[in-house]
Design a protein around this ligand. Structure first.
Ligand code: ADP
Ligand code: MG
Length: 700
């Protein structure tokens, strides 16, 4: 590290509030602040002044270019760099940047997926500055966080609907707060702290694996003798090379104003986690995208590769992202914090119930918000968390809700019947609420932790759905309470009814248990969508379209196009995997298997020449097994090829994704099994790829 102290470093590449305050006139600053805090319209004159200040700051920091930085539906971020250079009549150049360039851009966006929203004659979408997320400098480029829309105004990105969903929640939550007599809060924003898991392996190993390079995960690979059985990696001592990476990463993230805080080893060997301190949802979303990018960049400086795929190694714990989510007022009240007074408690219970109701009513939307080909290897398989969405509250809080539902004394310390708005909730220790690691959606004291996100997912999708469905519960509550004659009585009844109607979604037990799957699906009637093709089409279900359009988060056309794009992404991803498997099988695996069998045959011939007998039981046994396996690999590769060709018959993308799930993926699994067995028989020197053991234990 250079000599800079952390506070000096922190945010040094961000045009943050400190910069705005010191570089803008107080009038311009106040106007911009109003736009940021209250969403008021941005005055073009203000934009002009901000652009000038931003440009000067960026030039001082050595930037030469600017870009509208946005999040198209491909899942990554996009940028198109323009330089500040503008020719001067005397032949020199000046560095220019206007208010118009700040607030709006027009990338030629015809090759971003739009799901049919953008006809080719109007291929250019436009980008619009999101002033609530600070501009920053990356690679000498001023990056301006922006939304990306078509000329018809349809969202082509993830930021636009995310901002709309935050606004929907803000509106409904404020209605509730006013009913509770809160007249001071100006807005309610959702906050998120995403914990990010990842693997690190050496670049040297990575470069030898076409599957990692093309698809992010290993498509072949037999299990190592040592996996994660010993649990000796979790929170274990961080290896020096990893520590050097983490130090460097922290420094880069701090410069970008990202509050990287905790870092530790995860369950699997070579797996780690990084958690930032939470921030407002759209900022957390931008920063998580940025964080994933920087992680990969910093890793390569250390001769490492950072794998963000959900399941880089079969049979080894996969990587997810925990989306810690809450709602808070601008006055600093966390609405999911129980508080100390009866009044605060009642308000807390209402917001808590709003979440419970929302998760139960829209399990499918939450499930599909995290669905990708990669994440199917976690959620659909026997891994944490399961594909079934349920809510964990912990024993204490569950007992309180039970007592309220049945008007019976709460059997905690006080043993009395809870009267909302009058009685104080019994204190429940926060620690008690965070012990169940198998739950997909857990209350952890003052926030919910949605654990189903995949490690490479943008957190935008999950939060769009979460914000919207909670806004819907709050709307239903506000509608009833605003018309109620007896506020407290209605409140009490509503909470009771929510508990009664939605307690099927509450589950404190072990989410990995087979018995839970049976109970959840057969007794409780919860959804169990194991794969992306299973869940994604449900975004088109009437109730889902209604809630998403009702709160102005998506138009019907946007929903249809998103469903198409998500399924197309799924199909493309698996096709690339299948093609990579075929290529590896024909050009590397089969040649290696036959070459090794040939080598053994030579040994057999040599031994025979010396001893005159064929008594080479080791060599001949391996040769015959390899011969059988080579035939199998050859046949099964052919079957995968055929399955790909058959996909062309699918009527639409829904049918194609179903064919991939039912036909192509199982065939890929069969091919893999044969190759993995061959790997266990062929000399490691002859095998074309580093083994799981090599990769997982490569970084010292
Ligand atoms: P654990 O590993 O036990 O889940 P961590 O401390 O690693 O806990 O992560 C907790 C995450 O939750 C952090 O990113 C933290 O900033 C975030 N968090 C804490 N309070 C809130 C809140 N009110 N809203 C959103 N996220 C929060
Ligand atoms: Mg966590």
């Amino acid at each position: 590290m250079e000599t800079h102290s952390v506070p000096e470093l922190f945010g040094s590449l961000v045009f943050d509030d400190r910069q705005m305050r010191s570089r803008l006139s107080s009038k311009v600053y106040a106007s911009l602040r109003k736009t940021i805090d209250e969403g008021s319209k941005l005055d073009p004159k203000v934009a002009e002044s901000v652009a000038q200040a931003m440009k000067e700051w960026a030039l001082e920091k050595g930037a030469t270019h600017f870009t509208h930085w946005f999040q198209p539906l491909t899942g990554i971020t996009a940028e198109k760099h323009d330089s500040f250079i503008s020719p001067s009549p005397d032949g020199s150049v000046i560095m220019e940047f206007s208010g118009k360039e700040l607030i709006q851009g027009e990338p030629d966006a015809s090759s971003f997926p739009s799901g049919g929203l953008r006809a080719t004659f109007e291929a250019r979408g436009y980008t619009a500055w999101d002033p609530t997320s600070y501009a920053f400098i990356k690679d000498k480029t001023l990056c301006i966080p922006t939304a990306f829309c078509s000329y018809g105004g349809e969202a082509l990105d993830k930021k636009t609907p995310l901002l709309r969903s935050m606004e929907a929640l803000n509106k409904q939550a404020l209605r509730i707060l006013r009913l509770f007599g809160n007249t001071t809060a100006k807005n309610v924003k959702t906050s998120v702290g995403p914990e990010q898991e990842y693997f690190l392996i050496t670049k040297e190993m990575y470069d030898q694996r076409p599957d990692l390079k093309y698809t992010g995960r290993t498509l072949y690979g037999s299990r190592p003798p040592k996996g994660q059985e010993m649990d000796d990696h979790y929170f274990g001592v961080i290896k020096p090379r990893v520590q050097a990476f983490m130090n460097d990463l922290n420094e880069e993230l701090w410069k970008l104003g990202i509050l990287a805080k905790t870092e530790h080893n995860e369950v699997a060997p070579a797996q780690h986690e990084l958690a930032p301190i939470y921030s407002t949802t759209n900022i957390a979303t931008d920063q998580n995208q940025l964080m994933m990018e920087i992680m990969q960049k910093v890793a390569s400086r250390h001769g490492l590769v950072c794998l963000l795929h959900e399941k880089p190694f079969a049979g080894v714990n996969g990587s997810g992202k925990h989306n810690n989510w809450s709602m808070a007022t601008d006055t600093g009240i966390n609405l999911l914090s129980p508080g100390d007074t009866p009044y605060e408690n009642a308000q807390f219970l209402l917001f808590l119930c709003a979440v419970i109701k929302a998760v139960d009513d829209y399990q499918d939307l939450l499930r599909l918000s995290v669905a990708t080909a990669g994440n199917d290897h976690r959620l659909g398989a026997n891994e944490a968390p399961p594909a079934i969405i349920s809510v964990f509250l912990g024993d204490e809080l569950s007992a309180i809700l039970d007592a309220i539902e049945e008007d019976k004394p709460y059997s905690g310390t006080e043993k009395k019947i809870m009267k909302l708005g009058v009685d104080v909730l019994p204190a429940f220790p926060r620690d008690n609420t965070d012990r169940n690691r198998t739950s997909p959606f857990a209350f952890t004291g003052n926030k919910f932790e949605f654990r189903s996100l995949g490690s490479s997912n943008s957190i935008a999708c999950a939060n769009i759905m979460l914000n919207t469905v909670v806004a819907e519960s709050l709307k239903i509550y506000a509608d009833r309470l605003e018309g109620a004659e007896d506020f407290e009585k209605t409140l009490h009844e509503m909470i009771k009814k929510t508990i009664k109607d939605h307690k099927r979604i509450l589950f404190n037990g072990n989410g990995y248990d087979d018995a839970w799957v049976k109970e959840a699906t057969e007794v409780r009637g919860l959804c169990n969508y194991r794969t992306t093709p299973d869940c994604m089409p449900h975004i088109l279900d009437e109730k889902n379209v209604k809630v998403l359009t009702g709160h102005g988060v998506f138009t019907e056309k946007e929903i249809e196009s998103r469903c198409d794009i998500m399924l197309e992404n799924y199909c493309k991803q698996v096709r690339i995997e299948a093609n990579t498997m075929i290529d590896m099988a024909y050009r590397q695996v089969l040649p290696a298997v036959t070459a090794y069998a040939d080598k053994l045959s030579e040994t057999v011939a040599a031994k025979k020449a010396v001893t005159g007998s064929l008594a080479c039981s080791y060599e001949t046994t391996v040769i015959s097994r390899l011969s059988v396996l080579a035939d199998q690999i050859y046949e099964r590769t052919g079957a995968v090829e055929k399955a790909i060709i058959t996909l062309a018959d699918a009527a639409d993308v829904i049918a194609e994704s179903a064919a991939i799930r039912d036909d192509l993926l199982p065939k890929m699994g069969e091919l893999r099994a044969a190759v993995d067995e061959a790997e266990t028989l062929v000399s490691s020197k002859e095998w074309p790829y580093p083994s799981y053991g090599d990769m997982l234990f490569s970084v010292r």
